[in-house]
Design a protein around this ligand. Structure first.
Ligand SMILES: Cc1cc2nc3c(=O)[nH]c(=O)nc-3n(C[C@H](O)[C@H](O)[C@H](O)COP(=O)(O)O)c2cc1C
Length: 415
């Protein structure tokens, strides 16, 4: 055998992409360790292996070294926690050619089920570039998979995805919509609304964080003011009273902000998870119905796999609906916290006015500087709250539209 020719050929094949169409959806089912138990004809055909070569083999039989280890580390970390996971995956077929998929992997009885669609959105391009960089870094710096996963997370944060859930939600709904467009299908109103909800929730979180950071920057102002008021003596008595009140209020703000920030994170997380679950349920609906009409492959029990797919479809449809209702609830909770923050903000505004009057009367430079700091903090709170009110209004409106769209357009078909 001429090995040089073989390696030349495999080098050449490495650069060749296997074509497949947007309508083609892959599925495979594994045991808890990732050994292939079942799959469909699309998966078998594109992999280039016969079914008997795939059955019982670890899923890394089609692993491509272009996927950083970080991705699989994250995938398994989530799967072991029972969490549904989405990821871009580049695979290698038997002859060395490659193909990209967007994989949605969910826990199922006795293992996991992976359903894969053809990616084409703008986020796909970003992911490809990130994977190439990270795979290179892993090789050059001999990073452990966990270290590499931390780098991947840092990159995703820099790209505007607060968490992996945020990345999954944005990427899957973008892929689903892009695929619909490629198939000339009308866009799903529900997903379009989720695509509006996600940035609004990110804005809400950013504004809450801005207030929280403002608090940290100026947290010593009330105490400093109190110290300086003491040093001024008799004439600083009014400033001392103002500082004491400010100090009490500041502690309330600190406590209030913890819950406020947490509630904003929960709103954002619930929306991200909801978007991912809804798109997952759509993809699973499609594979369940396409597989039921597919000619069975030898070695795959069609009835058993139909039952698995139908079970997943029903589970994720219910999960998607549950999370939709959860968004409304979380927004209500958050709204309650806004009223509390508004109350604290008006207390702050009152102290600011009193402080300004007193500091003008005293004309002590350091006190004036501290009052200017108090003003700066109050402005941060005010502008943060106004951003939050705006984002919250948009979120509430789009959520009720989403519930309506789900109930009318996409209501689950009773079986
Ligand atoms: C349901 C399921 C589907 C998977 N599909 C793929 C896949 O298509 N390609 C792949 O490389 N890994 C896939 N994996 C992950 C593999 O189990 C494995 O973690 C990965 O190939 C990395 O292998 P390695 O650690 O031996 O490098 C899948 C895992 C599960 C549970």
């Amino acid at each position: 055998m001429d090995f040089s020719e073989t390696s030349e050929q495999s080098q050449l094949y490495r650069e060749i992409e296997i074509p497949f169409g947007f309508p083609e959806i892959f599925f495979s089912r594994t045991d808890t360790r990732g050994k292939i138990q079942a799959g469909n004809e699309v998966f078998q055909r594109i992999s280039g292996y016969s079914w008997s070569e795939l059955a019982g083999k670890p899923h890394n039989i089609i692993r491509h070294d272009g996927v950083p280890r970080a991705v699989f580390w994250l995938l398994w970390d989530r799967l072991k926690k029972g969490l549904q996971t989405g990821a871009y995956v580049k695979n290698k077929s038997k002859d060395g050619r490659y193909y990209w998929v967007y994989a949605i992997i969910t826990p199922c009885e006795g293992g996991y089920l992976s359903v894969r669609i053809k990616p084409s959105s703008a986020i796909f391009g970003v992911a490809q570039a990130e994977y190439a960089t990270l795979a290179r870094m892993e090789a050059e710096e001999t990073l452990s998979p966990a270290e590499s996963a931390m780098r991947l997370m840092a990159r995703l944060t820099a790209l505007g995805f607060e968490t992996y859930d945020a990345f999954m939600a944005a990427s899957l709904s973008a892929e689903f919509s892009a695929r619909d467009a490629n198939l000339q299908k009308a866009p799903r109103r529900t997903l379009a609304l989720y695509e509006r909800l996600m940035p609004s929730a990110a804005e809400l979180l950013a504004a809450a964080r801005q207030i929280s950071e403002g608090y940290l920057t100026y947290r010593f102002v009330p105490l400093n003011l109190l110290v300086h008021a003491g040093q001024i003596g008799e004439t600083g008595a009014a400033i001392a009273t103002i500082s004491t009140n400010y100090n009490i209020l500041s502690e309330e703000i600190e406590h209030g902000l913890d819950g406020f920030l947490q509630a904003a994170r929960t709103v954002s997380h619930t929306i991200n998870v909801g978007a991912f679950l809804l798109a997952t349920s759509y993809v699973q609906q499609e594979i369940a119905s396409s597989f039921s009409t597919e000619t069975p492959m030898d070695g795959v029990d069609h009835e058993v796999e139909n039952a698995y797919l139908d079970q997943q479809r029903a589970t994720y449809q219910a999960e998607a609906l549950k999370s939709l209702a959860g968004i409304e609830q979380e927004l209500k909770n958050f709204f309650g916290m806004i009223s509390e923050m508004k109350r604290l903000a008006s207390g702050l505004a009152a102290i600011r006015i009193m402080g300004k009057v007193e500091s003008g009367r005293l004309s002590v430079a350091v006190v004036q500087d501290l009052i200017a700091d108090l003003e700066a903090f109050q402005e941060i709170v005010q502008s943060g709250l106004s951003d939050i009110l705006q984002a919250n209004g948009a979120l509430r409106m789009d959520t009720s539209r989403l519930l309506e769209a789900y109930a009318t357009e996409d209501a689950p078909i009773p079986r």
